[in-house]
Design a protein around this ligand. Sequence first.
Ligand code: ZN
Length: 80
Amino acid sequence: MNTQRSWVFKALGDIRMAKKPRPKPKKVVKIAGIYGVASGEIKRKNRFCPKCGVGVFMANHANRIACGRCGYSEMKKPTS
Ligand SMILES: [Zn+2]
């Protein structure tokens, strides 16, 4: 039967469509914002998290620095 054939091909097509990998949005890490080059040396602007260890940067907020991974936060000293 022709109708059955077409149904099978349609199902195969659906499987192929489902298996087709979709492009994932890439998370762009702003390295220029994290690292700063001063007098030939690369210096990290953000601190590492004391709880998570080296590799986990603290997010720089206006009045505090916070870790997005464990939630640890430190209040900044008022600069006056
Ligand atoms: Zn942390």
